[in-house]
Design a protein around this ligand. Structure first.
Ligand code: 8DG
Length: 130
C-alpha cells in the first residue's frame, strides 16, 4: 500500500528576534515533539490561506505570511508529510496556548535544544544558519 501524502504548512512566527515553537500534546501523533504551529492544507486552499486559518484556530491570533523558509518531505509510519514553512509576523493579538502542550519563544540559535518533529529538522537548520 502506498502511504498517504499529507500536505502541511508551518508558521515560523518571528517577534522581537524570537521564533514561536509549539510542543505537540500527549494524545497526538508525534507526541511531545516540537513543531511550527500550522496544519494540513484543505481542499481549495492556498498554503498561505491554510496557514492563516490554522493560526487563527489554534493560536487565536492573526498573522501575515511572508517568504517560504523551507520545503521538506518526510516519510513517517502514518504517511508522507510534505511540510512547507513560511516566515510569518503577528498582525493582531498574541499566540495563546490552546491545543498544544506548551509554547516557547526562542532565539534562532536556541532552536536545536528542542526535540523537533523529524520533518522540521531541515527547516530548523536553515533558520539557525541564516
Ligand atoms: N503543524 C505542523 N505539523 C507538523 C510539523 N511537522 C510535522 O511533521 N508535522 C506533522 C504532524 C501531523 O502529522 C501533520 C500535521 O497535521 P495536523 O497539525 O492537522 O496534526 P494533528 O495532530 O491535529 O492531526 P493528526 O496527525 O493527529 O491527525 O504534520 C510542523 O512543523 N507543524
Amino acid at each position: 500500500m502506498e502511504k498517504k501524502n499529507i500536505h502541511v504548512v508551518g508558521a515560523v512566527i518571528v517577534n522581537d528576534s524570537k521564533i514561536l515553537c509549539a510542543q505537540r500534546g500527549e494524545t497526538k501523533t508525534l507526541s511531545y515533539k516540537w513543531e511550527f504551529p500550522g496544519g494540513k492544507i484543505e481542499q481549495g486552499e492556498t498554503a498561505e490561506e491554510a496557514l492563516r486559518r490554522e493560526i487563527e484556530e489554534e493560536m487565536q491570533c492573526k498573522i501575515s505570511v511572508g517568504e517560504q523558509v523551507d520545503h521538506t518531505v518526510y516519510e513517517y509510519d502514518f504517511g508522507v508529510v510534505h511540510l512547507t514553512t513560511f516566515y510569518c509576523a503577528l498582525i493582531e493579538g498574541e499566540p495563546v496556548l490552546t491545543e498544544h502542550q506548551s509554547i516557547k519563544w526562542l532565539l534562532r540559535e536556541e532552536l536545536p535544544m528542542l526535540d523537533w518533529a523529524p520533518a522540521d529538522i531541515p527547516a530548523v537548520e536553515k533558520l539557525v544558519n541564516d
